[in-house]
Design a protein around this ligand. Structure first.
Ligand code: SAM
Length: 283
């Protein structure tokens, strides 16, 4: 942890203590699967079951639930896929991509699939989504979640996204890149400068690939659960072509933010939010 905090202190200066405080346990949060249930159905069931919960100002389909995760996972609603347990910050990238019916969308690094399911939901089940995942074990988890959430029309492929055929072209791409996880770090997290460099190399490879797979005029959302600039703004500044532009994200009421390059968003870790980075790029 200390090597990570030294790095965070060098980057964020005074804000580092607030970041350190935010590296803590968080309540359970979930996203309602609007293909199977409405917010009213889920909240009514929680009222009956005696679960207390709170709404999220920027997302009508999100809830904060004040109950142990095991109890929530034991509800029939959970088992039926009426909602998906997902951190609040991780709900932002799919919202930023604004998936629409008929659009071809690539979720490049998709497992376990929370964001794929959210993209599917947001498009009313009508976007043409390809979900790619390299790790065989995590791919099985992705398929399980897609099935439970009823995201039946997603094409899931177990493959290194860097080897996808350049002939393929997508209207929109989500690259929720593998990263150091510095935004979700706990005291047990292992971080080294060497590991950071390894992640950056992987991110660069995937980002260059995403740019080749995106249609001219298409939208790319790049996100990580890291607050380290090397994995985020600095990488984008180095790799994006001159013609790429940042499309600022709409304001998200109550989301705690860190200083971030213009047009990008870095969520500060708090007792409610994981640290996260999101950028929406138009090619
Ligand atoms: N988007 C996922 C979600 O919301 O559930 C989380 C993705 S996680 C941050 C990154 C994922 O990328 C991991 O499952 C990892 O196995 C996968 N991955 C790493 N390198 C990859 C590659 N070259 N091609 C495809 N998937 C890759």
């Amino acid at each position: 942890m200390s090597e990570l905090f030294e790095h965070i202190r060098r980057t964020y200066g005074e804000a580092a203590s607030a970041i350190e405080k935010g590296m803590c346990a968080r309540p359970v949060t979930l996203r309602i699967n609007t293909l199977k249930a409405s917010a009213v159905e889920v909240t009514s069931a929680f009222d009956r079951g005696g679960f207390s919960y709170a709404r999220v100002p920027w997302y009508a389909d999100a809830l904060i639930v004040y109950a142990p995760q095991e109890e929530i996972e034991n509800t029939p609603l959970y088992r039926e896929g009426y909602f998906y347990l997902q951190s609040l910050s991780s709900m932002i990238p799919p919202l930023a991509l604004e998936p629409k019916a008929g659009e071809s969308i690539l979720d490049m690094t998709a497992a376990p699939g929370g964001k794929t399911c959210e993209l599917y939901c947001l498009s009313g089940g009508k976007a043409l989504i390809t979900a790619c995942e390299r790790d065989r074990f995590r791919f099985e988890r992705l398929k399980f979640n897609l099935q439970r959430q009823g995201a039946t029309r997603v094409y899931a492929v177990c493959k290194d996204a860097a080897t996808l055929d350049d002939f393929l072209k997508f209207d929109k791409i989500l690259l929720d890149a593998p990263c150091t996880g510095s935004g979700t770090a706990t005291e047990k997290s292992r971080f080294t400068e060497e590991y950071l460099q390894k992640c950056v190399r992987m991110q660069e490879k995937l980002l260059r690939k995403a740019l080749r797979l995106l249609k001219k005029g298409g939208t790319l959302v790049y996100s990580t659960c890291s607050i380290l600039k090397e994995e985020n703004e600095l990488l984008l500044a180095r790799v994006l072509p001159k013609e790429a532009t940042y499309e600022p994200l709409p304001p998200l009421a109550g989301v705690p933010l860190l200083l971030s390059a213009e047009g990008t968003l870095t969520v500060c870790p708090t007792e409610l939010y994981e640290g996260f980075f999101v950028a929406r790029i138009r090619l």
